[in-house]
Design a protein around this ligand. Structure first.
Ligand SMILES: *[C@@H]1O[C@H](CO)[C@@H](O)[C@H](O)[C@H]1NC(C)=O
Ligand SMILES: *[C@@H]1O[C@H](CO)[C@@H](O)[C@H](O)[C@H]1NC(C)=O
Ligand SMILES: *[C@@H]1O[C@H](CO)[C@@H](O)[C@H](O)[C@H]1NC(C)=O
Ligand SMILES: *[C@@H]1O[C@H](CO)[C@@H](O)[C@H](O)[C@H]1NC(C)=O
Ligand SMILES: *[C@@H]1O[C@H](CO)[C@@H](O)[C@H](O)[C@H]1NC(C)=O
Ligand SMILES: *[C@@H]1O[C@H](CO)[C@@H](O)[C@H](O)[C@H]1NC(C)=O
Length: 358
């Protein structure tokens, strides 16, 4: 995009040259080059005279910039190579050309947005007079990239899941999201704000309905800008909150289980686990762990683990039988073969019963 603009500038510039060549001085050509510099950098403004045997008396540089829109002289190069500059430009401007070669090039140090503007190089010659060349100096500012986002609760309506911001760049930065497989389920929206200093802030939002499958998915924002040698890549992990949906109770050991773990799928992780024994006294438990010593057959029975987070709760059921009877195995869904192979006496039955609080 930027390259295209340059070409455009150059062709316009060509017209400019022809204009001077034709209208003021036949045979004399002054050549300058538009230039772009990154904020804080140094700019070399090239300007030289060709095809003339005329004597140069002095070279004058004028400018009108964002910081000072009135055209004024800021630098003079005399025939003997001595230079004069406006006091505030102390150490900021240097003559780098060669007066004998009719090269009036200068270098400007520490350019800022206020220095952005049109610079004019004026060759004062004898006998022809003044030959002017305008040079556009554009100061570019790299963007400051940032990704922001917040946690959303699973729902059906589209929300802004995350925003990628490229602040205060000149010209505007290009901001896009790499969504990978989420490409189809999410969409993006871009908006930009123009600031008075000439910079632009671009924000690209990611929109979509927050859902459990989006939770912990990684996406990446890419910021491209002419001042950046390497594009900025900012990672973001989507965070969606959802109520407990599934409970699995697993033994710590397939044959010698004495401890059972209640595993729950939800975000955030459950704030509480409650274990009860159906028709029994409160079992020995700690958080999501239930303790049942293998030796004690009086602990046989049905146990329920209820896990909850701020969005809801869900329960899972565990059948424990330490008597050695295999009959119970037969009554269980799909666990028959496990029972036979392992020969264990503890039987597990996984179930889900959802009690969601809205
Ligand atoms: C230089 O800048 C001026 C003002 O922005 C614009 O009109 C002109 O076309 C530019 N010239 C070139 C050669 O780019
Ligand atoms: C600009 O020029 C100064 C003086 O020559 C030099 O110290 C500095 O490193 C230059 N800055 C850049 C960005 O090239
Ligand atoms: C340029 O200056 C030289 C030396 O001062 C002089 O001999 C010559 O005639 C001048 N040329 C013109 C075109 O004025
Ligand atoms: C003029 O001087 C600059 C700075 O030294 C140099 O880069 C440029 O090539 C010179 N131009 C010509 C036409 O010699
Ligand atoms: C994303 O989807 C759009 C159209 O839906 C497609 O044009 C684009 O190539 C896809 N991008 C990726 C990275 O899959
Ligand atoms: C709990 O007790 C009730 C009534 O005393 C009985 O009907 C039920 O079967 C018992 N449940 C279990 C799992 O033992």
């Amino acid at each position: 995009m930027y390259g295209r603009r340059n070409t455009f500038n150059l062709s316009l510039y060509g017209l400019f040259l022809i204009y001077f060549k034709c209208s003021s001085l036949a045979g004399v050509k002054s050549i300058g080059h538009d230039t772009t510099v990154t904020n804080g950098g140094n700019a070399t403004l090239l300007c030289h005279l060709t095809e003339t045997e005329e004597n140069l008396t002095h070279i004058v540089w004028q400018k009108h910039t964002r910081g000072n829109p009135e055209r004024h002289t800021f630098f003079i190069i005399h025939r003997d190579g001595k230079t004069e500059h406006q006091s505030y430009l102390q150490d900021k401007v240097k003559f780098v050309g060669d007066i004998k070669e009719k090269n009036g090039s200068i270098r400007l140090l520490g350019m800022s947005l206020l220095d952005d503007g049109i610079y004019t190089c004026i060759f004062n010659t004898f006998p022809s007079g003044q030959i002017l060349t305008n040079i556009n100096v554009t100061v570019h500012v790299p963007p400051v990239g940032k990704v922001r986002g917040s946690t959303h609760v699973a729902g059906h309506y589209d929300v802004t899941l995350s925003s990628c911001v490229a602040s205060n760049a000149r010209p505007a930065a290009e901001v896009l999201w790499r969504l990978g497989a989420l490409n189809d389920s999410l969409r993006t929206e871009t908006r930009s704000t123009q600031h008075s200093d000439g910079t632009v802030t671009v924000v690209t939002d990611i929109l979509g309905a927050p859902s459990k499958p989006l939770n912990q998915k990684k996406i990446q924002c890419v910021i491209k800008h002419s001042t950046l040698t390497k594009q900025l890549e900012l990672d973001y992990v989507i965070n969606v909150h959802y109520p407990p949906e599934l409970v699995v109770i697993i033994p710590d050991d397939p044959t010698e289980a004495e401890e059972y773990h209640c595993l729950v799928d939800c975000n955030p992780t459950p704030t509480s686990y409650i274990w009860i024994k159906v028709n029994g006294s409160t079992p020995h438990s700690e958080g999501n762990k239930l303790f049942i010593p293998k030796s004690s057959s009086d602990l046989n029975g049905v146990y329920i683990c209820t896990a909850s987070n701020e969005y809801g709760r869900v329960s899972g059921v565990l059948y424990v039988d330490n008597t050695g009877s295999t009959d119970i195995c037969w009554g269980l869904l799909g666990l028959i073969s496990s029972c036979a192979i392992l020969g264990f006496t503890v039987v597990l039955f996984y179930t889900v019963s959802r009690a969601q609080e809205k």
